[in-house]
Design a protein around this ligand. Sequence first.
Ligand SMILES: CC(C)(COP(=O)(O)OP(=O)(O)OC[C@H]1O[C@@H](n2cnc3c(N)ncnc32)[C@H](O)[C@@H]1OP(=O)(O)O)[C@@H](O)C(=O)NCCC(=O)NCCS
Length: 449
Amino acid sequence: MIVKINPCLRSIIRKASTDLKNVLAAKIPIHQETVKNFRKKHGGEKLCDVIVNQAYGGMRGIVAMVCETSILDPEEGIRFRGHTIPDCQKKLPKASGGEEPLPEGLFWLLLTGDIPNDAQVKAISKEWASRAALAPHVMTLLKNLPSTVHPMSQLSAAVIAHNSESKFVKAYMSGVHKSKYWEYVYEDSMDLIAKLPVIAAIIYQNVYKSGKSVAPIDADKDWSLNFTRMLGYDNPKFTELMRLYLTIHCDHEGGNVSAHTVHLVGSALSDPYLSYAAGMNGLAGPLHGLANQEVLVWVMKMKQALGDSPNDDQIKDFIWKTLKSGQVIPGYGHAVLRKTDPRYVCQYEFAKKHLPDDPLFQVVSGLYKVVPPILTELGKVQNPWPNVDAHSGVLLQYYGLKEMNYYTVLFAVSRALGVLASLIWDRAMGLPIERPKSISTENLLKMFK
Ligand SMILES: CC(C)(COP(=O)(O)OP(=O)(O)OC[C@H]1O[C@@H](n2cnc3c(N)ncnc32)[C@H](O)[C@@H]1OP(=O)(O)O)[C@@H](O)C(=O)NCCC(=O)NCCS
């Protein structure tokens, strides 16, 4: 059945409605129809060839999944629904008096493909504020976890425990039709995004500030401002940084470890809490999100070994020592990108504007000159340029958030926006359980004898 919506009505819905779920509900049948027709016509066509090395090599470069929310171009970097980071900085609504985009607007964009207006973004802030309360058993769980448990493990445990409240699980158990799954995934996703800053802030207070209770949510304030207040920060510039940080870390198309894991686990119809937590366990790995912690740890080690103002030759020696000991240089390289990450660039611009003389900023900017030629000299690194994680720690340190092993939690709060927007679309499109075929070396040897 072709769903026809009066274009006038559609445009009104899109431009004026502040009800995100309704806006989405109007778009889903149109997109389903587009995909159905496209698959009918082109479903049998080839996307790419796969060679043996890709089967052993982390499936790099194989185009075998669909992600609607963003696309990563190797040369240009990320585009969220077609918009670059500078575009988003220009076009997305800001807080009053602020200069950086509100992550609420980015979420609207990821879900609908439209740049929202101020009223739509305000409605999301309000809705998230109204959904932020945690289940009592999650509070108890967080209170009882020892501070020796890594903040990312605490986040994952708290989110998993919160699946007791999943609306998707309740609907599924009561036999809801699969065409309605997306609606409950949407409800859980909105709940989870609303609760994440609270969970994250409680972890911060428990681990680093002797369990001080977090500031109450103010329904008239945006998601990031409430978050920074709960963390115990009242510097408006830090809140601006968080608005930018939570916007740019949200999504990096579908194949990265965290996004792919959420998509994969969700394809088994595990609820959004379980799916998101699974993805964040991947984000907690040092080759993925934990790299932002690793960068700072490595830079601090370098400062400890070489003092506050090492010269280029000393830095080069230190880099070579790291490489010769079999470690990677954290914050450099990427599986897809082949240029400096635009997420690095916009954080660099923020630092240049707000903390140009910060000594750590100078050190990290200095590495930009020294690291890429060395990685290139190694001869095997596909991308010697810095990624997002090379810069975020400097900014957090400057504003006083010095606890490095907390940094990936901030990344995880932001990443929820992208992976959950994708999960909603996965269910709206009725994507099946994911199940690629594997092969053994024995079979491969036989195949190519
Ligand atoms: C991101 C990363 C995991 C991508 O891995 P990848 O797709 O396999 O990257 P490449 O194809 O360029 O890797 C080829 C080789 O170069 C090495 N390499 C890549 N980046 C490197 C780095 N920053 N330092 C040292 N060696 C690096 C790889 O370990 C690999 O070595 P191997 O063949 O001995 O196993 C990798 O660049 C890395 O480990 N970077 C540091 C961690 C980091 O910043 N992660 C955050 C990413 S956003």
